[in-house]
Design a protein around this ligand. Sequence first.
Ligand code: ZN
Length: 392
Amino acid sequence: MEGRDRSTMHEIRLHNTMSGKVESFVPQKPGQVHMYTCGPTVYDYAHIGNFRTFVFQDVLRRFLKLRGLQLTHVMNLTDVDDRIIANAAAAGVPIREYTEKFVQAFYADCRALSVQSPENWIRATDNIPDMVALIEKLHAKSYTYQSDGSIYYRIAKFKDYGKLSKIDLAGMQTNARVDNDRYEKESARDFALWKAPKPGEHFWETALGPGRPGWHIECSAMAMKFLGETIDIHTGGIDLAFPHHENEIAQSEAATGKKFVRYWLHAEHLLVEGEKMSKSLGNFFTLRDLFAKGYKPSALRFALASVPYRRQLNFTFDGLLQATNSVERLRNFRLRLTAGTFPDGAGDDMQALANSAVERMRGALDDDLNTAQAQAAIFDMVRRANAAFDAG
Ligand SMILES: [Zn+2]
């Protein structure tokens, strides 16, 4: 965006799940953004619903950088959780060996979809001491209690519990516990920070005793370790808002007494042909499933980015074909520009057309990342420029 001065820049507006409103985005330190994204749990291949979120956060990171902000972005790989422990035990291999295949597959999928690497990829199992230290800090402030060798978070003590997902805890039993990493709002209870090992399960020997971290403490510990106690942006799929992000807030804010995240951004669900994606319905797709059918990564990325992130995205094979054609159209346009011969001199009309396309695209992205309007701005320009080509 050379040649533009800051006075022509509009403010960046982003929807914050915490307030439920679109807000003006102002980083904590001018010009710098610290951002955390909950990465995949590497117990299986990531599916297109996961990649809707990862493409969204990629568009966001590219946009923030385009706007001249210096970005420090961390994405974690959850390489220890209930499902990984169970699958690795069933396969009779150490968890690191079990997850490695899916870690590499995830990296390959990101490369295929042109999802940029964050400044830091981090793995939960590389940061266990930081999780232990955070649990000790919570213990010192009486936010924890023990039961059968596991350590739980006492949510009744954190008066702001539920502020992100607006959950009502009235009538909840004190000291009722939930051991699973993933659960529904109806079973909101004290959750496990540290889990005692069951026979045959992988565990770490630590100051807390033998065991393994719960999923939620992983993200709190790693986000604060790499980005500081208050971070600018935290992203994830909407299904993570409860319980995962609610629990991250409870852990981090109880430990530090500071606001954990300034802007919470969540991507909506993806449907497949109007239905919830599930293995039992036979409409569950990983990237490799689609590429094996001959669909192109560029078309998939285009399709996943075509709907603004806060709207539900209905993925259809018709839509994927349209996306294939759209990408082809852009490629042909580029070819025409680079291979064509044109009369000398700059055309004022074409310059104005390009400027207005850039302006519209930027305005669309400034407006809570309206990718649909940004794409429309490009295709308007392509249509008009093609007409000008045709007219010589
Ligand atoms: Zn997370």
